[in-house]
Write a protein that binds this ligand. Sequence first.
Ligand SMILES: C[S@@+](CC[C@H](N)C(=O)[O-])C[C@H]1O[C@@H](n2cnc3c(N)ncnc32)[C@H](O)[C@@H]1O
Length: 346
Amino acid sequence: MMVRPMQGGGAYDRHNEYQMRGGLLHADLVATAASKIVPDARRGSVVLADYGCAQGRVSNPLIRIAIDRVRSLHRNIPVQVYQNDLLTNDWAGLFERLRSEDSYVRVGGGPVTPLAAAISFYEPVTPRGIVDLGLSFAAIQWLSAPGPRGCGSVLYFDQLEGEPRAEMADQADADWTCFLDLRADELAPGGAMVLDMMGVSTDGVAAGHQVWRLVRGICEDLVREGRLDAARLADYVLPIYERSVDEARRPFQEAIGDRLQLEHVELKPVPNPFTERYRENCDAAAFAADFTGFFRAFSEQNLREGLGLDDDTIEQLYRVLASRIEATADDFAFDVHALTLVIRRV
Ligand SMILES: C[S@@+](CC[C@H](N)C(=O)[O-])C[C@H]1O[C@@H](n2cnc3c(N)ncnc32)[C@H](O)[C@@H]1O
């Protein structure tokens, strides 16, 4: 079963205030990496790649920073930007954004060509040896396929125990190694990547712990009401894995370490904007609505197809989720930790 994209029709970009905050934390790292680009003289252009770009709102300012920095050192150099996401991505939303006033294509001093690379990043995305700077924000926690089957009502990786939990950790490790291997092929000599994914905090509590526990309870109710097939639920674990710093480092101790060097790794809490607003205005209904909009934008397509839910049941699921979040707003937490890596081709 394929991983499904974010909500379409521009909806993901209307609900990604939180991802926006996480992305902007990386502005300095992106600027520094861009200033180290040495363009290939024969190619005569600079190539950037954005892996898992969705509709492009988060990466747009960061790509603009990178192009600005490159152009301040290499005037008028052409830049090509590979925008990568799944074939089913909202590509129209991405290209609409690229037409906006603040789009990176408007950075002056030479042509900027956006290219759509519509394929899984667990496959080759660009020709070999051409990427001067690879970027990825809030995408690599998505695995190549859902987790282990036959796990009752478990929906999120942190609800797994014992053997299935180890199986999913192995799957996440294999995917991460595959991603790095492919990117090592694609990086130009001297090329680098700034990658950000959801990491698990040092206390080991996943960001999605509470919300996915609530969704699991709602799905168990849907099974009792006959609106969700128990076997379908038992065979679906969302294809997301929040890695620890040690898990992110692990492949560099093996063969990939001969091809890629891990220059920097950090785990940073990203303050939750919905929680911040709730602390100020105490409006639990607004908090639940905003959070559910954010959560739905990245989870709906996967739940719809993974569990075989129809429109009415999907509406019910998110309606009940919002009401349960509202009822427990004071204790509800969803605290993302950005796991950031700077990696250079050896
Ligand atoms: C949470 S969104 C992040 C999007 C954007 N980078 C941002 O920061 O808002 C995750 C993105 O990764 C994409 N994605 C997930 N698995 C992928 C894969 N195997 N190949 C390419 N893109 C993938 C999804 O389609 C989605 O657009």
